[in-house]
Ligand binder design. Structure first.
Ligand SMILES: [Zn+2]
Length: 282
């Protein structure tokens, strides 16, 4: 007897446990695997399954968005439904289109209407979990490498993982972190003041792959207390505890540390580097 496995999603009334909606997502033939490749689902099939389940969940969630809005915020007259607005949403592994209810005011003189999108409602149409991946990849690799890595994990290319998107997200989050880094830490977070500090700074030019763009400059520094420099043997010494910081020319650069600086002039960002290392030294 042949069998298949059917993947079904049921919408159930919590109180009565009545099934109000039933969707068959997909089905898999049950066959004896002839090679290890046939064991379980393949990479692309797993992503595709997630995508279909997400689609159903998002459809249910999008029905609830703004549905409790009944009166006009301007004149207080009842609102009328005015069709749906298609809106894009990018989850970690899949892209979706949500349809969100539009409203307009029933008072002809008022003209109030709204066209909500995921971006206008939540500030972004990229799930933060995907934004984290973009930032981590953008900080560790070139943007083109990041795009390739994301494509490999996702088992297919997606426009949202394009290197320009990764760059934009890395820059955006980097700017916020940079601002945060300007804030003085609470006294409780600081270590006891050091009598002396040793700071070593080095810099260099790093070539980039973008055509017609010059290389960018980077500075990196380590800072440590003299007492943390200990002899390993006659020829080697080791720093037991140190803090490392780096900054790069922000005009065309992608620093390894995305949280660094946006300023102008090597002098100014060199200064920033020093402030950073001294401040964060423990
Ligand atoms: Zn109105």
């Amino acid at each position: 007897m042949d069998f298949e496995l059917r993947i079904v999603v049921e919408k159930v009334a919590v109180s009565s446990q009545e099934v109000v909606k039933r969707d068959t997502i997909t089905s898999y033939a049950i066959q004896c695997p002839t090679s290890i490749v046939e064991l379980g689902l393949r990479h692309g099939e797993q992503i595709s399954l997630l995508e279909k389940i997400q689609d159903i969940l998002l459809t249910e969630q999008s029905i609830l968005i703004d549905h409790e809005m009944h009166v006009c915020p301007h004149c207080g007259n009842p609102l009328k439904k005015n069709g749906y607005k298609a809106s894009n949403f990018h989850a970690v592994f899949s892209d979706h289109t949500l349809h969100i209810q539009k409203h307009h005011c029933s008072n002809a003189d008022c003209h109030w209407h709204n066209t909500p999108t995921i971006k206008s409602l939540f500030g972004s149409n990229i799930h933060p979990d995907l934004a984290i991946l973009h930032c981590e990849q953008g900080a560790l690799y070139s943007y083109r490498e990041a795009e390739k890595n994301l494509e490999t994990w996702n088992a297919r290319p997606r426009r949202v993982n394009n290197h320009m998107h990764v760059k934009r997200m890395t820059d955006k989050v980097g700017a916020v972190l940079s601002e945060h880094n300007q804030l003085a830490p609470a006294a409780a977070e600081c270590s006891a003041p050091a009598q002396d500090l040793i700071i070593q700074i080095d810099g260099g030019h790093i070539p980039i792959q973008e055509k017609d763009k010059r290389s960018f400059e980077a500075l990196s520094a380590i800072v440590y207390r003299p007492e943390h420099l200990q002899a390993v043997d006659h020829h080697h010494r080791q720093i037991m505890e140190k803090t490392c910081e780096s900054v790069s020319d922000p005009c065309c650069a992608q620093a390894r540390d995305v949280s660094r600086h946006q300023g102008d002039g090597a002098g100014r960002w060199g200064e920033e580097l020093l402030v950073g290392v001294v401040r964060s030294h423990t």
